[in-house]
Design a protein around this ligand. Structure first.
Ligand SMILES: [Zn+2]
Ligand SMILES: [Zn+2]
Length: 127
């Protein structure tokens, strides 16, 4: 098994092993900088850079990212937290829009009632 480019310092000494005692995931160790990451082999996709299905998800103690073993591109995965916050913001925006719409409708209705009454009153007064 040939070594791969370590995603940390781009040195060709990244090697994988499987050790059921340590982790159910594939363990990647760098012989150069001792960087360690875990690969979830169920997550594999086509690399958007080189087009080969050699991109897999690596996870270290700080972050999770896509890593292509063919062209050694890395793409950091945004935490699910921020995705949830984004969704919440969208929901709030949607709610605000609805509230504004309702308020506008109320104002319109109020104005109509007001004008309507005024016109009627005026009409009555002038007659
Ligand atoms: Zn390294
Ligand atoms: Zn690639």
């Amino acid at each position: 098994m040939a070594t791969q480019i370590c995603p940390k310092f781009k040195v060709d000494s990244f090697n994988w092993k499987v050790d059921e005692d340590e982790s159910p995931l594939t363990i990647w160790d760098c012989g150069n900088c001792n960087y360690r990451a875990f690969e979830n082999e169920t997550d594999e996709r086509n690399c958007s850079n080189c087009g080969k299905k050699t991109e897999s998800k690596l996870k270290d103690n700080k972050k999770e990212y896509w890593w292509c073993s063919n062209c050694s591109t890395t793409k950091e995965i945004k935490k699910t937290m921020s995705a949830r916050i984004k969704r919440d913001i969208e929901k709030h925006k949607e709610n605000n829009k609805r509230i504004v719409e309702l308020a506008k409708r109320d104002v319109k209705k109020y104005k109509k009632d007001l004008y309507g009454n005024k016109e009627n009153d005026n009409g009555k007064d002038s007659e």
